[in-house]
Design a protein around this ligand. Structure first.
Ligand code: 5GP
Ligand code: ZN
Length: 113
């Protein structure tokens, strides 16, 4: 597992910063967003550090986070949810450890704003 000492989400994986976990296994960690944008807002990350979608070349990471998002939906018995990946500060990325947002519990506009 690759971790970065100064990465907030690596610290959540390691347990040195607390988070409300949905689940964790050897590959991924899912935890509630501290500033939720929907009644249910969970972040799914690979335990291995990769900065962003664009900077990640390992398809295993993509598979892990998307499969992890499905596991969250199933665990929370959600059938209607939105998955979001922000890539780059201009698109709203603020934590540079690749993560999928899973949001549910309210209507979502489409096209998205
Ligand atoms: P981004 O803006 O990078 O796509 O998403 C980062 C998310 O991480 C934000 O929604 C933000 O609320 C969340 N976040 C930032 N710091 C923490 C933290 O310390 N704990 C948790 N659980 N979420 C955090
Ligand atoms: Zn990290």
């Amino acid at each position: 597992m690759t971790t970065l000492e100064n990465c907030l989400f690596c610290k959540i994986v390691a347990g040195t910063i607390p988070a409300q976990l949905v689940f964790q296994d050897e590959d991924i960690t899912a935890f509630y967003d501290v500033n939720p944008q929907a009644p249910v807002h969970v972040l799914i990350i690979a335990n291995t550090h990769t900065a962003s979608h664009l900077e990640t070349d390992d398809p295993t990471i993509y598979a892990q986070v998307l499969a992890g998002a499905k596991k969250v939906a199933q665990q929370l018995t959600l059938t209607d949810y939105r998955l979001v990946i922000n890539n780059g500060a201009g698109a709203g990325q603020s934590v540079f450890h690749l993560h999928v947002h899973l949001m549910a519990g309210r209507p979502f506009a489409w096209p998205a704003g």
